[in-house]
Design a protein around this ligand. Structure first.
Ligand code: E4P
Length: 217
């Protein structure tokens, strides 16, 4: 499973990118607001830093305007992935932009039927939102499983990008189901490395090592 960082915070992305574990970045209008930065400037910085795809979202609601915004965002860098909302206008824009060779990420997906339409529109990625479904007492992970089954039934090449991830458990469950990618906030990706027994074991090893009086270097 590929890991994308769900953030427009350049420092947080840089810290994780340095681990070599980051395969891409996703942003959205709310994350741009949180960054306090100009969308074109901050997206360019992120694109220059990260090798993989960087999703930048259009804000127009009609197809032609979405296509124009998508083309403008794609001028930022080669690794831009144009993010479009899952509406009929967004799907039409997706079809047009994908046919022209752009990478696309269809976002705000909350049902398997929406995901089916995005695959038919040729989306590079579909972003089902797990956490926001969980918030209304619908199991977001069931949606990931349904999309996996449908895409495998028909060999759709659209990649499942599990989004709206809130916990390390979401990452594990998305990986078990076979999501192609998961995008998560930096704190969730870091939390995946934590285990109380790792901390306890390391502490014991360090104490015993000190007692040996030895050095490796
Ligand atoms: C990523 O593409 C989505 O915009 C993001 O994961 C949404 O997450 P949220 O539901 O925590 O805002």
């Amino acid at each position: 499973m590929k890991f994308f960082v769900d953030s427009a915070d350049v420092e947080a992305i840089a810290e994780l990118n340095d681990t070599g574990l980051v395969d891409g970045v996703t942003t959205n209008p709310s994350l741009i607001l949180k960054s306090g930065r100009d969308i074109l400037e901050v997206t360019k910085e992120i694109c220059d830093m990260v090798d993989g795809p960087v999703s930048a979202e259009v804000v127009a609601l009609e197809t032609e305007a979405m296509i124009a915004e998508g083309r403008k965002l794609a001028e930022i860098a080669e690794n831009i992935c144009i993010k479009l909302p899952l509406t009929m206008d967004g799907l039409k824009a997706c079809k047009a932009l994908t046919s022209d060779g752009f990478k696309t990420n269809v976002t705000l997906c909350f049902s398997a039927n929406q995901a089916l339409l995005a695959a038919k529109a040729g989306a590079t990625y579909i972003s089902p939102f797990i956490g926001r479904l969980d918030d209304i007492n619908i199991d977001g992970m069931d949606l990931i499983a349904d999309i996996r089954t449908i895409y495998d039934n028909y060999d759709f090449q659209t990649q499942i990008l599990a989004a709206s991830i809130r916990s390390a458990n979401h990452m594990k469950d998305a990986a078990l189901i076979g999501a192609d990618v998961a995008t998560a906030p930096p704190n969730v990706i870091k939390a995946m490395a934590n285990h109380v027994l790792t901390d306890k074991g390391l502490d014991a090893f360090m104490k015993d090592w000190a007692k040996t009086g030895q050095k490796i270097l």
